[in-house]
Design a protein around this ligand. Sequence first.
Ligand code: ACM
Length: 523
Amino acid sequence: MKTTLKTTALLLVILLVSIACTQKRELAMPSIELTTDFLIPHPVKVTATNSSFPLDQYTAITTSMEEGFDDVGLFLAEKIIATTSLDLQVNPASMKDIETVINIHLKSDFETDNLEAYELDIRENEIMLHAASAAGAFRGIQTIRQLIPEQSNDNLADYSIWTIPSGEITDAPQFKYRSAMLDVARHFFSVEDVKKYIDVLSYYKMNNLHLHLTDDQGWRIEIKSWPKLTEIGGKTAVGGDQGGFYTQEDYTEIVNYAARRHINIVPEVDMPGHTNAASLSYPILDGTGKKLKPYEGIDVGFSTFDCRKDTVYAFIDDVVREISALTPGPYFHIGGDESHTTTKDDFNYFVNRVSKIVEKHGKQMIGWDEVVHADVGENAIVQYWNKKENAQKGVEKGMQVILSPGQRAYLDMKYDENSKHGLTWAGYIPVDVGYNWSPETFAKIPLESILGIEAPLWSETITNLDELSYLAFPRVIGYAELGWSIEQNRNWDDYRTRLANQAPYLRKEGIKYYPSKLIDWKE
Ligand code: ACM
């Protein structure tokens, strides 16, 4: 009898414990429709399955062991703790107490050979993120981040649950190159400012950041074999503002920070024009023969290297070698724009010689659209900013094109006549004009010749992160979508609703975006 009682009591305890343990599993997950309302860029395909996944203290993240996947899982965990305070384990040693899982895994048999492709399958107890590479997984976790609601739903249990709508997303970028450019030469931006910009660009799936490192007004990167570039050339900026430069350690810090976000840094040394700061530091480089002095204005086209002097090419070899050694990405941008005081022959001779130096140091050359007039090979890339005909000429030569048309993609153009910062030479670019064009057809470049799009931000009129944010946001988010999403999925009316929903994220990041009246910004 005694034994029976004991057994009954024990059974009762087991029963109660197991009820307590299964209480969470029995939560009926609310039905929420998966939509694109919070997603930028618009994914290729979204299918709702009308349930939800509970992100809570019982969720863990697991990843494949292939290179880079583990860190994508850690990155997601860092972002989740920042927005929800949930401290999720990544690849935990034991799954005890874990009830729902975000799996991040390599999949090798995608229909596309696009390495940034990913698929998301969100179910009631599991999120499966399959990606073609760690970069694809990184793009996929941005989608997960965008789907996490701003507030938890603790009506469901006595602890906080963030309910993510269930469904399937298939996605891949349309263009391989999706980029922003920051001019750190006219005004210098600190490592911390650049990191903040990278953070937000990566949230919208951009994969390159082009740094315009040198110009007439300043030289911003330490070159150990030519130290006066920064000692003298780094001191000045537009308007007599403070200069500055990145040491090689600073630059490496930016490169590594970007690499963790699967963003590649594209260094630009602008030449043979836009070189007053370099020639001021080493007058032997100068080809104008005029008296050199520091330049703090905003006019262009007055400076040039001496294109027929071997010392100039020895100098460029050192610069390209040192920067390339610090840059894991494939590209080196040689500028080449607005060399108005370089003769045509000298310009062509110069670009040809420099293209060989870039190649020698293992990089693919990018140049502004003027470079197509030189004898550049099909391995070089033309960045269209000014003349469509130049881009088309590049295509005839077999070059790939990056689209940055001034009238549509220049982030430094004012929004309208009331804009606090910006220039107007390419016209006003309100948020809708910046979004409402098709890279696919704009310059009549065949789709297969378009490497991608880039939104340059020249810094004549901006001096700090808030002013940068005013011009870049929200427009740069639209360029991220133009680079990623296919034309059928892009529509201004739909985009402006999705953009409105980005306001809480931008505010949380401390980004002082321009509050365009075209958008009904979410509170
Ligand atoms: C440029 O805007 N000068 C490329």
